[in-house]
Design a binder for this molecule. Structure first.
Ligand code: 6R9
Length: 654
């Protein structure tokens, strides 16, 4: 095959799992890779049978690209699997430990969760919600958020969670696209010491026009905004108080819709990614058990918001389907101080932490004395998701948070894949920092060139090296079943570049030990003097320099080379900027990965433009570097960052 993306970075540090970890691990036998590969349907069916089915399934999988069905004819309910079966066996076990930003703490047991979710389920029915309807959830990170998701699942309605940081327009657009009958919101939620006025934003969305919405349920969280009177707005507390705690779980077909979740996408309107019940629950259940090695006494802290897929799969469905205990936090990581996550871990004795590389790099920037001052000895496993994790951040996470004893799982997956696809298994995999390692058992990844040629990688031990487009070779249970109401866009986005195969939009390389290295979105790949260079690799080499805290790299148009490399760099706070330092950093990149990757332009800046889930928006940096008007900035966490950068850039360029 030809090499559509070059793989320049070489990382050979190796971290095998410790013997005492292996001895207790849920998965420690490497033979599961071969077992799953030999008959992937049988492998997934075995996991599916660990769930509770009202009626057993027949055929395991039916697939004709792009349409898949899993566990055909089976009937189950996600809320039954996440709540009832644990509430019966162990009603006093804590399901959710929650801490609000102001410091208030709640513990919700499985027994309480069952009652609360049942009451809300009955309340939704009273408002006219029926099986198959959609409900929009626009809540802060409070226990009522997973409760609302599970109440929908209980009565057979599909939820669509809209991140609590989104604007009225975003809420309106998603509510209308999903044709939601009810919006569940709160008066507000706490973020950085202030109340985010969710009800006010909801009222604004409704007044702009949400024709399908018949009622709005308002939780009292922040207590500072009056709920409008009339029959349209309902106070959660009043509505739920009068409801019975008996609300039978609706038997759902394995292929009935569980939820729609909108992904912003770099262009155009957000895509409503659809997930169904049986396959999604099976794979979130299995991956939680194997990737996170989840045990009954673990306290699992996932720092994502339930507005993203990570909060769906690894706060709500995966951990609760396992009968686990999750730790949820409402607010910002620097409120009141930059040690908030570490204080949460110390206070609640979290054993597993799952966070994002962008957060880890921020913690590095803030300084290691914040975690050092806290007792993190309860931690036994660390996870990363959302972006490639550069080796420097991996090693810092390993040393300063895991104290050298916690395995790290770098999990590659997408809203569309529903659950982990490429990840280490902590009792089996010898990690290389920065590599997501191997496909999860049962998953097959192809690495294709433009012509659609290239090797297929299943478990460890592949013997080819290659880099190219990441394509998923065979169906998997938690794969999206489509874009809501838009089958053409679904086909065009994911299934037409390589007909019959799922194109993920990411670049990937496999090294000669069979380890996979994610190279970022292919839209971000640069073409410099005939070489396809991944932005991730140059960024990783930049942050490898001791003076650099964060970096984002893009290709800008260049007369001779096609594209030149422009780097936006944040220096560590204690470092002083000098021309000699800038040269030294550029040289460092050339030494680390080769002269071809030496940045042509270097801009030192204070912030980088990021989405609300923390991913760098390189498209906007390209607009800045090419002097264009800025494209869509509505999904930015802080729109002022690009405006400032644009000014700085223009001043520098004269
Ligand atoms: C779960 C989530 C998906 C995109 C994906 C890729 C990037 C996520 C990653 C990673 C490298 C990892 N991504 N995890 N890249 N290593 N461990 O983030 O879903 O918001 O849909 O984003 O995120 O580019 O294609 P989503």
């Amino acid at each position: 095959m030809s090499q559509p993306i070059e793989n320049l970075l070489h990382e050979n540090r190796n971290f095998p799992p410790a013997a005492d970890f292996v001895a207790q691990a849920n998965a420690s036998d490497p033979a599961i890779y071969a077992e799953a590969d030999a008959d992937y349907e049988a492998w997934w069916a075995k996991w599916a049978r660990e769930l509770h089915w009202f009626e057993p399934f027949g055929a395991v999988c039916e697939f004709e690209a792009p349409n898949a069905k899993w566990f055909l004819g089976g009937k189950l309910n996600a809320a039954y699997n996440c709540i009832d079966r644990h509430a019966e066996a162990n009603p006093d076990k804590v399901a959710i430990i929650w801490e609000g930003e102001p410091g208030d703490v709640r513990h919700v047991t499985y027994g309480e969760l069952k009652d609360e979710v049942s009451r809300l389920g009955n309340a939704l029915k009273q408002l006219g919600v029926q099986k198959g309807d959609r409900v929009c959830i626009y809540l802060p990170m409070v226990p009522e958020l997973p409760m609302a998701m599970l109440a929908c699942a209980r009565i057979g309605a599909a939820h669509t969670v809209v991140f609590g940081g989104f604007s009225a327009e975003s809420l309106q657009e998603r509510t209308n696209d999903a044709e939601a009958k009810v919006i569940i919101t709160a008066d507000g939620g706490w973020r950085r010491g202030k109340v985010v006025p969710l009800l006010q934003i909801t009222e604004e969305a409704v007044s702009k026009g949400c024709p399908t919405v018949q009622s709005v349920v308002v939780l009292n969280r922040a207590g500072d905004y009056p709920i409008p009177t009339g029959s349209f707005y309902h106070a959660w507390s009043e509505l739920v108080a009068s409801q019975a705690t008996d609300c039978p779980c609706e038997p759902m077909d394995s292929e009935d819709m569980l939820f729609i979740l909108y992904t912003s996408g770099s262009t155009g309107k957000p895509k409503g990614i659809v997930h169904t019940t049986g396959g999604y629950l099976t794979q979130t259940y299995a991956t939680t058990k194997l990737t996170f090695d989840l045990k009954p006494d673990d306290i699992f802290f996932c720092t994502a918001d339930c507005g993203w897929v990570t909060g769906h799969s690894y706060i709500t469905y995966g951990p609760l389907a396992n009968g686990g205990t999750v730790l949820m936090y409402e607010g910002a990581p620097d409120t009141p101080n930059k040690d908030r996550f570490w204080r949460l871990i110390e206070r609640h004795k979290a054993t597993i932490l799952y966070t994002a590389p962008t957060a880890i790099r921020t913690f590095m920037k803030w300084g290691e004395h914040f975690p050092a001052d806290c007792d993190l000895s309860s931690l036994r496993l660390l996870g990363s998701v959302g972006e490639p994790i550069n080796p420097e951040a991996w090693v810092w996470y390993h040393e300063h948070i895991g104290h050298g004893k916690c395995p790290i799982v770098d999990t590659w997956w997408q809203t569309e894949t529903g659950a982990h696809m490429v990840t280490p298994l902590p009792g089996i995999t010898a990690n290389k920092p920065g590599s997501a390692t191997h496909p999860f058992p049962g998953i097959a990844i192809s690495i294709l060139d433009e012509q659609g040629e290239g090797p297929v990688v299943t478990g460890p031990g592949s013997e080819t090296t290659a880099s190219g487009f990441l394509v998923i070779d065979r169906p998997w249970p938690s794969m999206t079943r489509g874009i809501y109401n838009d089958p053409e866009r679904f086909q065009a986005t994911y299934w037409s570049k390589f007909p019959g195969k799922y194109f993920a939009g990411d670049g990937v390389a496999v090294d000669d030990d069979g380890f996979l290295w994610l190279l970022g979105r292919v839209d971000d790949i640069m073409l410099v003097a005939g070489h396809n260079i991944s932005t991730m690799e140059v960024e990783s080499a930049l942050v490898d320099h001791h003076a650099v805290a964060e970096a984002a790299v893009i290709g800008r148009t260049h007369d001779l080379k096609g594209q030149a490399i422009a780097a936006f760099v944040i220096l560590k706070s204690e470092v002083t900027e000098t021309p000699a330092l800038v040269d030294e950093i550029r040289r460092h990149v050339a030494e680390k990965i080769g002269p071809i990757a030496r940045p042509d332009d270097m801009y030192l800046c204070g912030e980088l433009p990021k989405t609300r889930s923390g991913k760098i928006m390189r498209r906007l940096l390209r607009d800045i570097a090419e002097g264009r008007a800025l494209g869509d900035t509505t999904t930015l966490a802080d729109p002022s960052v690009v405006a400032t950068l644009k000014l700085q850039y223009e001043e520098k360029e004269g």
